[in-house]
Design a protein around this ligand. Structure first.
Ligand SMILES: Cc1cc2nc3c(=O)[nH]c(=O)nc-3n(C[C@H](O)[C@H](O)[C@H](O)COP(=O)(O)OP(=O)(O)OC[C@H]3O[C@@H](n4cnc5c(N)ncnc54)[C@H](O)[C@@H]3O)c2cc1C
Length: 507
């Protein structure tokens, strides 16, 4: 059977859609299959669909011209800043519920974040993000089929046969590569026998929209109690954590009014009432990660590859980062142009980033436990977060600024996101990355550099630039995902540059 598509992506969530965009941008034919008949869900709209985006995701969207298409961050900006009183610290996220004060963060410690950098954090809405990504994917020629669940697959040396859709056995669809972006309960991960290793939950989390009776019995802000945590972010919008070891969520029972009221009363130690429940969902802090992200022609990305507590809002960011990292590499493999090891560098680079996020969420869960030992530790961490060093360290991880892939190389920029260079002609490095090609930025206008880029036949664009701030660099090699692959700060070492270019762009 001939492959009808280069890549089938299972799952039209944000990660699957962004990956499809990246693949199509690089010239692949892509089919996205999603189990749900419609993308609509109240959990994807505000307030439940609110998602914090961090620097790598914001940069990725900006580098593909998608950031400006999101209206929600701009719409929410005013109410959010207006809500903060002059006396209150300017909260820029939290760690285990401890607010992070933006004014304490010492941004001078991040010399590569130039003034033109996109914000390090902003809020988005899942529904809007998915709509923007789906429109972009379709504009690039991606086919999206909804109401069509992937049930399993068989792979051989040349491709993958995917069984999907309703009916007896469903359809058999053939592709060269399959990527599972089908969320936490990924059918691709299960069918592929991927090991999903990790830790069991400490609590059941609840997100609910309710009508409260005697709401003023609840204290404002995030309130930790001996039985868990409650937080009323807006009137009737509740987040609860019940230290039940995840038992209620795992039992799969519906969240009734009576149950939710009992949990809220127990956690808050009050007689607050719930008159009605408009919407409710549960989740846990179970933290698991696929031990490998690739098995032959099948790969995993997003929640399919890793799950953890939503504390501190990292899951979507982690998944978008997977997609940005994988897209151009898989596209090179589709073209048969991938240098040795390129596709496996996806796991090598992204698995450690995922493992750090899982530990980040575990650390928060440990601090939020209601027992006296955890409360004592919480008090110490809270004090540390009120210091400049503490706030800067936490912000660097929370906002994804400290991410650096281990690529070797002798410059501290290698493996990091390219600084937001602004050029004298009014363009930016983000705009130059929009076509999804690698860049050779030449700050010193070296006569030898155009030939280096030419050898890569269109995969690498040579760009002589006059940058307002060039950080002492003479030239920079940037991968299509915006990661610095080589940096020169004197006379360019042409041999090292050619080696780095061959490593990422082939010969
Ligand atoms: C309460 C809460 C708050 C959160 N807040 C944040 C935050 O602030 N910041 C952040 O970064 N992250 C946050 N997250 C996490 C974030 O929502 C997820 O990590 C993100 O949605 C993962 O995207 P995904 O595309 O990998 O998976 P999903 O969004 O789960 O999408 C998977 C898609 O696959 C489809 N699918 C499922 N099975 C199949 C199948 N067999 N075949 C085909 N399709 C299938 C589904 O219908 C779905 O469309 C939060 C999560 C929760 C629960």
């Amino acid at each position: 059977m001939l492959a009808s598509h280069d890549v089938i992506v299972a799952g039209a969530g944000p990660v699957g859609l962004f990956l499809a965009c990246e693949l199509a941008l690089a010239g692949c034919t892509v089919l996205v299959l999603d189990k749900a008949a419609t993308p609509d869900s109240p959990f994807k709209r505000l307030p439940f669909g609110l998602r914090g985006l961090t620097a790598p995701s914001i940069e990725a969207l900006a580098r593909r011209g998608l950031l400006d298409r999101l209206a929600i961050p701009q719409r929410l900006k005013t109410p959010f800043s207006a809500a903060a009183s002059a006396a209150a610290p300017r909260q820029a996220g939290h760690f285990a519920g401890i607010p992070l004060d933006r004014d304490l963060v010492d941004t001078a410690r991040w010399p590569y974040r130039l003034p033109a950098a996109t914000p390090a954090s902003l809020v988005a809405e899942m529904a809007e993000l998915e709509t923007v990504l789906a429109e972009r994917a379709q504009a690039l020629g991606v086919a999206i089929r909804r109401g069509c669940a992937v049930a399993g697959f068989v792979q051989d040396a040349d491709g993958v046969t995917v069984s999907a859709g309703a009916g007896a056995g469903g359809d058999a669809l053939r592709c060269a590569w399959l990527v599972g972006c089908d969320g936490a309960r990924s059918a691709v991960r299960k069918a592929g026998g991927f090991d999903f290793a990790g830790t069991e939950p400490q609590f059941t989390g609840y997100s609910a929209s309710v009508e409260l009776v005697d709401a003023d019995l609840l204290r404002p802000g995030r309130v930790q109690t001996p039985d868990g945590m409650y937080f009323q972010s807006q009137p009737g919008i509740l987040a609860l954590q019940d230290a039940d070891g995840g038992a209620f969520h795992d039992a799969g029972r519906p969240v009734t009014r009576a149950h939710l009221e009992a949990v809220l009363r127990r956690i808050s130690g009050t007689r607050v009432g719930i008159a009605s429940v408009h919407l409710a969902a549960t989740w846990t802090d179970r933290a698991r990660q696929a031990t490998r992200y690739r098995a032959g022609r099948v790969l995993l990305a997003g929640d399919a590859a890793h799950i953890h507590a939503p504390l501190g809002g990292q899951g979507l960011n982690l998944g978008l980062g997977d997609a940005m990292n994988l897209g151009w590499k898989l596209a090179a493999a589709v073209r048969g142009a991938a240098p040795p090891g390129l596709l496996d560098s996806y796991h090598a680079e992204r698995h450690p980033v995922g493992a750090r996020v899982l530990d980040w969420s575990r650390a928060q869960v440990a601090l939020m436990r209601p027992d006296p030992h955890a409360r004592a530790l919480y008090a110490i961490v809270r004090d540390l977060l009120a210091t400049r060093d503490g706030a800067t360290t936490i912000a660097g991880r929370l906002w994804g600024i400290s991410i650096q892939y281990e690529l070797g190389g002798n410059h501290p920029l290698v493996g990091r996101s390219v600084p937001a260079f602004a050029f004298a002609d009014g363009t930016t490095v983000d705009a130059a990355l929009r076509p999804g090609r690698g860049l050779l930025l030449d700050f010193g206008h070296d006569a030898a550099l155009p030939a280096v880029a030419d050898a890569f036949h269109g995969r690498l664009a040579y760009l002589p630039v006059h940058a307002r701030e060039r950080l002492g660099l003479c030239a920079l090699l940037v991968r299509p995902d915006g990661i610095v692959a080589w940096a020169g700060d004197g006379t360019p070492d042409l041999q090292a540059l050619r080696q780095a270019a061959a490593r990422w762009f082939g010969t």
